[in-house]
Design a protein around this ligand. Sequence first.
Ligand code: RBF
Length: 160
Amino acid sequence: MSRTPGRIFEGNLNAKGLRIGIACARFNEFFVSKLLDGALDAFVRHGGDLADVDVAWVPGSFELPFALSKFIARGNYDAVIALGVVIQGATTHAAQINSQVSKAIGQLGIESGVPVLYGLLTTENIEQAIERSGTKAGNRGFDVTVSAIEMANLNKAMKS
Ligand code: RBF
């Protein structure tokens, strides 16, 4: 027996007319700028206008939730994205930053009503960061921006 659901909500990948805010961590800027390049490329190639993207730089990934919440408070973004690169070192800093930041970003996504996208690389070493910021494993900034476009359009679809 086939079952027919009620409405099915989906977000399309058309960025035309969307406004997004991107928070970028300056720590490991060498990689974060590549993620930002990927994000802007994805937005434009999906029909978005570069002038509709605002970018805020913060010192490190720990500060990303602050910038995201400031973007959300401005009230004019269809989605916000966090970009950062946390590379494991000799101490436990990476684990601490990662758990705090992912929790805070997740919380904003639930509470704000604005789609919040997680675009952090949390890698064991520099090689893994290279692979994910525009080489053999793609560009996480590009991928997360496609997801941001989908979520922004899903959010619009679910309001009507
Ligand atoms: N920020 C990052 O975005 N990525 C890192 O890999 C990173 N490593 C850090 C390692 C240490 C030991 C410290 C103290 C900070 C590090 N930060 C890193 C910066 C952190 O996110 C934040 O900007 C600062 O701790 C100031 O609050």
